[in-house]
Structures are given as C-alpha cells and as structure tokens.
Design a protein around this ligand. Structure first.
Ligand code: ADP
Length: 191
C-alpha cells in the first residue's frame, strides 16, 4: 500500500499526474479542491464559506479543511486502505502535522511526497489557459497571481518539512505528461 502526497504550485500539473498515478498504482484520490468545489456546486454552508476564500486566492482555514479531510477519510475507509493520493492537501505546516496524526491514528503514514517543480512564468501561462477551458472562477490572472503568492508564503515551506523527513521527491514538471509520469514512477519504484 502506498500513500502519496502530490505537491506543487497551482498549475504544476498535480491533477493531471494524479489521474495517471491513480490508475497505475490503484490509489484512492482525495483532492481537497474538488471536495470544496463540490460543496460550492451544491450550495452548502461550507461551500459558501469556502468560495469567499477561493475566489480571493486565499486558503480555506486549516480547522475547516482538516475536518473535511478527516471526514473524507472516515467516509471512505475501505477504499483508503488500498492507498491514497492526497492532492492539494497539505497546504500548510499545521495541515501536514494534522495529516500525520490522522494517518497515525489509522495505523498508516505518508510514504512519499512527489513535488512537481515548474518555473513561475510557465505556471501563470498554464493557469490562464486552463481558465479559458474550465471556466474555474479562480483561474483568472489576478487570482492566479494571488494563489501563487499564497503558495510561496504558506505552502512552499512544506518542501523543506518533507525533505527533513526524507520523503520529498523532486520531479521536473516541465516536459510531456508521459515523460513527467515516467520520472515519477522511477522515483516511486525505489520505495
Ligand atoms: P490549485 O492547486 O490549482 O490551486 P486546487 O483545486 O487544489 O487548485 O485548490 C483550489 C482552491 O481551493 C485553493 O486555491 C484554496 O483556496 C482551496 N483549497 C484547496 N485545498 C486546500 C487546503 N488543503 N487548504 C486550504 N485551502 C485549500
């Protein structure tokens, strides 16, 4: 069983590579962004709260997202035992600490953090292109820049956090989708 975090800035290709990892390693996918967007679509209280943060390029507060993640793990106990890919979580140090505890309580842990590394100019280009196709309300230039700033301030310190634990795998996120996936597989197959 493999528990992986897919890590990287907005636009780094986490979702795309997650799809390939899920299929190849038979993992259960948890994307906190997808969970939040689902709440927004359904018009729940949580969705209304989350939308305010998301459209400002800010993170949803830790307590809220940690509760959501715990709920998703509990609602999918069976599937989670086959291995999970965490996509978009953790995004802060407190979230990483909470994840460690949640998994320890369930007798498991994170095996590797796959970090997709992509230069800044390329990230903006990709996000704006995606916005034209997906219509995601946070994929406009102003929010994209704010999200990147949020990433640098609050999320990127997780790289050093996981490096210290010997779990961080740096992957060059520039190149073809299949080429990048080959690099990820090579790295994970040494586990
Ligand atoms: P991306 O990685 O492309 O920015 P996501 O779909 O992962 O997109 O997330 C979209 C937005 O949802 C984020 O900008 C943030 O506002 C919110 N969000 C998602 N996951 C988290 C999280 N773990 N903690 C706080 N906010 C989150």
């Amino acid at each position: 069983m493999l528990n992986i975090v897919i890590f990287g800035a907005p636009g780094s290709g986490k979702g795309t590579q997650s799809d390939k990892l899920i299929e190849h390693y038979n993992l259960f996918h948890i994307s906190t962004g997808d969970v939040l967007r689902d709440h927004i679509r359904r018009g729940t209280e949580l969705g209304k709260t989350a939308k305010g943060y998301i459209d400002q390029g800010q993170l949803v507060p830790d307590e809220l997202i940690i509760d959501i993640l715990a709920q998703v793990l509990d609602d999918n106990k069976e599937q989670a035992t086959q291995g999970v890919i965490f996509d978009g979580f953790p995004r802060t140090i407190p979230q990483a600490e909470a994840l460690e505890q949640l998994l320890a309580d369930r007798g498991t842990q994170i095996d590797a953090v796959v970090g997709l590394e992509v230069p800044e100019e390329e990230l903006i280009k990709r996000i704006l292109l995606r916005g034209q196709m997906s219509g995601r309300s946070d994929d406009n230039e102003e929010t994209a820049r704010k999200r990147l700033e949020t990433y640098h301030n609050q999320t990127s310190p997780l790289k050093a956090y996981y490096e210290e634990k010997g779990k961080y795998r740096a992957i060059n996120g520039l190149g073809s989708i299949d080429g990048i996936f080959d690099l990820i597989k090579e790295s994970l197959d040494t586990l």
